[in-house]
Design a protein around this ligand. Structure first.
Ligand SMILES: CC(C)(COP(=O)(O)OP(=O)(O)OC[C@H]1O[C@@H](n2cnc3c(N)ncnc32)[C@H](O)[C@@H]1OP(=O)(O)O)[C@@H](O)C(=O)NCCC(=O)NCCS
Length: 151
């Protein structure tokens, strides 16, 4: 795998060979932040279908990752922006966002769905609330967490 950035502490891999990824490690991180249960094989397939992936390691362990789902030219969505809680607050989230977003210059639409509690993180990174986006809620939880209240 090609390392894209090295500092004394962590290793950063952009678009690594996904067959080298320890998907149980990825699953563990999703579990640590209490995101909806995922299945290792499905996760691997979903990352493979992504336009770009970015992984950050500490001594062989994955401690953060993120990806872009896009068409390669016009539309792109940042997804699965995750930093291990033990490593949050060290600038890794900012690195994920700025690096992935940096790949998307000249795209027509770049967006993401913020997890509850992450609004101000994205605002701090310069992202704007989109007034024109719509969601097809995948159940009552999404309706509650991501949708405007209807009169
Ligand atoms: C949200 C998340 C990615 C932030 O990662 P992180 O590595 O802790 O963030 P950073 O250390 O890069 O923080 C960058 C800046 O954002 C701020 N920040 C971080 N999380 C924040 C939050 N939830 N709300 C407001 N500000 C936040 C930091 O204080 C820091 O500010 P500074 O530049 O003034 O010091 C991480 O907390 C996480 O993985 N959470 C669980 C999953 C999630 O919610 N993902 C994002 C939604 S899709």
């Amino acid at each position: 795998m090609e390392i894209v950035k090295v500092n004394t502490t962590y290793q950063y891999y952009l678009n690594p060979d996904l067959s080298q990824i320890d998907w149980d490690n990825v699953l563990l991180l999703f579990q640590k932040i209490n995101w909806k249960y995922r299945i290792a094989d499905e996760l691997k397939a979903a990352f493979k279908m992504s336009t770009s992936t970015l992984f950050i390691y500490n001594q062989g362990d994955i401690i953060a990752f993120g990806r872009i789902v896009g068409d390669g030219r016009y539309y792109a969505m940042l997804a699965d922006i995750v930093v291990d809680p033990d490593y949050q607050g060290k600038g890794l989230g900012k690195y994920l966002i700025t690096t992935l977003n940096g790949i998307l210059e000249n795209y027509h639409f770049v967006n993401l769905t913020a997890a509850p509690g992450a609004d101000n993180f994205y605002k701090k990174m310069g992202w704007k609330k989109q007034t024109t986006s719509f969601i097809w809620p995948q159940g009552p939880k999404q309706l509650r967490q991501h949708c405007e209240k209807e009169e």
